[in-house]
Design a protein around this ligand. Structure first.
Ligand SMILES: [Zn+2]
Ligand SMILES: [Zn+2]
Length: 553
């Protein structure tokens, strides 16, 4: 009959690391209400020229926006909140987030000139909200950002624990430790399914603690006598506080470099964090301080071309410079895909005779995601009837399923983006349907799909170059000299310029074609296009993107 059911459906983040977006639905065929948990971005690689950001295709939930109760955000990492400001205008629903996440979200909306205050509900830490039949309990966990929340999602049919990103950090430095007792209590009350982070499933042992990194960084910095520059993820506020702590302990001034570092510092302060720290110096003042009295904390740990690190090392940063003997500490991990950029930067650093300290030669970073022993503890506390891995590529999620089986979790379910999973009623969560899902590229200000002509054209142009030919015909039907221009086509100094060959060819062709009617004109354009491309191909090996214009005077 028309009974209530509980569904889960990931639209992003299950099958990739990035652009997390999850849906939950409760109700029956005639009345089903939805919530969204997180809406993140991922970052494009060089295979799509001109594209930086990728957002999940939210069309499926946009169609149901009248039955949408709200967006609930777990934490402020880009892969969880980065696409809210892009997708929200099509939803115009309420948003729920804890203070720090809300503060960063407001700034994202401001960049898009949207006032979201009437829609944004700031949720106090460790409190509850009620959205229709969903009773959502925010549980502060530990991760690599302030205020990481797991969500206990309680419905009349049963409870789901959506972990968000987490690890077990016994001493996270800022914020409290994981509330083991609360998780155990939720477990004792019964958890039908745990939707769980898979990022570090291949890593044995434990993720480690921010406090261990602090001790290690201090030992490293204590013996340095010249400038120190630390680069790390701006969003890791505990790490930021550690660098302030090390500066104070080693008698150095601190200077924050890079826009996102300043932005996060201000947002954290505004939310009541980072109290009792030394005042950071402005870069213009920091450069007047002697070498052994300054510690820089900069963005750009992935070797991003426009990041502060890259500009400093290439000597084009207006205020910050380093020199021989200075020490650069990468207190971060390499995000897969960034290796080339990052090693290029590190090669420049060592060529300039500076010292590099990184994860590869010292203990300067811990991950924010659960290693296998952390997962084991979480399973033990929560005792879920079923584990559904998310937040991973397929290889992570497959491994997570086998690990959960090994740990005697009664049920597991391997899913991917778009799967609609019926979780309750019953004891056997199952994929019952498929929702449309996919990626949308942000191309400038425009959302385009992955098959977009603009991207295909740009790829083609960037590989093959561009050739444009304009034919001007006089009244009597005679062609004047064609105008030929091109970009991105290599030319050999020994051979004749390409234009000569093409001009001869075009004039020859025009002699044999008449341009009286549309059809003839089309044939002429096609023949010129083919023959000119052939000439360029023969001479240079490139087959350019070619455009022919016809004008009459
Ligand atoms: Zn994440
Ligand atoms: Zn995260």
């Amino acid at each position: 009959m028309n009974k209530n059911e509980l569904y889960f459906c990931p639209l992003g983040g299950s099958g990739e690391i990035g652009m997390n977006m999850n849906l939950y639905a409760y109700g029956n065929e005639s009345n089903k209400k939805w919530i969204i948990v997180d809406m993140g971005v991922s970052f494009a690689d060089d295979s799509v020229p001109g594209i930086d950001l990728i957002i999940p295709d939210a069309g499926f939930i946009i169609d149901k926006k009248d039955d949408l109760l709200g967006i609930v955000l777990t934490h402020a990492h880009e892969d969880h909140i980065g696409s809210v400001a892009h997708i929200w205008p099509s939803l115009k629903c309420k948003i729920y987030a804890t203070p720090f996440t809300a503060a960063l979200l407001v700034e994202k909306f401001k960049e898009k000139k949207i006032d979201v205050t009437n829609y944004l509900n700031v949720v106090p830490l460790n409190s509850k909200i009620k959205l229709g039949n969903f009773e959502i309990d925010f549980i502060t966990l530990t991760h690599s950002i302030l205020e990481p929340n797991g969500l206990s999602i309680k419905t009349p049919l049963g409870t789901i624990l959506h972990t968000g990103d987490w690890k077990i950090d016994p001493n996270p430095l800022i914020g409290s430790r994981i509330d083991e007792e609360k998780l155990k209590k939720i477990g004792n009350d019964g958890v039908s399914a745990m939707i769980c982070d898979s990022t570090n499933i291949f890593s044995p042992g434990r993720a480690g603690s921010e406090s261990q990194v602090r001790d290690s960084l201090l030992r490293i910095m204590e013996i340095k006598t010249k400038r120190i520059l630390v680069t790390s993820f701006a969003s890791n506020v505990a790490r930021m506080e550690t660098i302030f702590y090390c500066a104070k302990k080693t008698g150095r001034n601190i200077c924050l470099v890079g826009r996102s570092m300043q932005r996060i510092y201000k947002a954290a302060k505004k939310c009541g964090y980072l109290k009792d720290l030394i005042e950071p110096l402005e870069p213009k003042d920091a450069k007047k301080v002697s070498k052994n009295k300054i510690l820089y904390l900069a963005t750009g740990s992935q070797g991003e071309p426009m990041g502060a690190m890259n500009r400093i090392i290439n000597g084009i940063h207006p205020e910050v410079f380093l020199e021989e003997g200075d020490c650069v500490i990468f207190s971060s991990k390499i995000i897969p895909g960034n290796e080339k950029k990052l090693y290029h930067l590190q090669n420049l650093i060592v060529k300039n005779k500076m010292e590099i300290i990184s994860e590869e030669n010292a203990f300067v970073h811990v991950s924010g995601h659960p290693n296998r022993d952390d997962l084991k503890d979480m399973y033990k506390w929560v005792k879920p009837k079923c584990i559904i891995p998310v937040h991973g590529e397929h290889r992570h999620m497959v491994e997570h399923v086998s690990f959960a089986k090994e740990m005697q979790v009664p049920k597991t379910l391997l899913i991917e983006n778009g799967d609609i999973i019926k979780i309750l009623p019953g004891n056997n969560p199952q994929i019952v349907d498929k929702a449309p899902s996919g990626k949308i590229y942000l191309d400038g200000n425009i959302n385009v799909n992955t098959e977009s002509q603009s991207i295909k054209d740009r790829k083609n142009l960037s590989i093959n170059g561009y050739l444009e030919i304009t034919l001007i015909f006089a009244n009597n039907g005679k062609i004047k000299k064609p105008i030929i221009s091109y970009k991105g086509i290599p030319e050999s100094e020994q051979s004749e310029p390409l234009v000569f060959d093409m001009e001869d060819e075009i004039l020859n062709i025009c002699r044999t074609f008449s341009v009286e009617n549309k059809r003839q004109q089309k044939n002429l354009i096609e023949t010129i296009k083919q023959n000119c491309r052939r000439i360029v191909k023969e001479k240079t090996g490139k087959k350019p993107f070619t455009n022919i214009n016809i004008a009459r005077i």
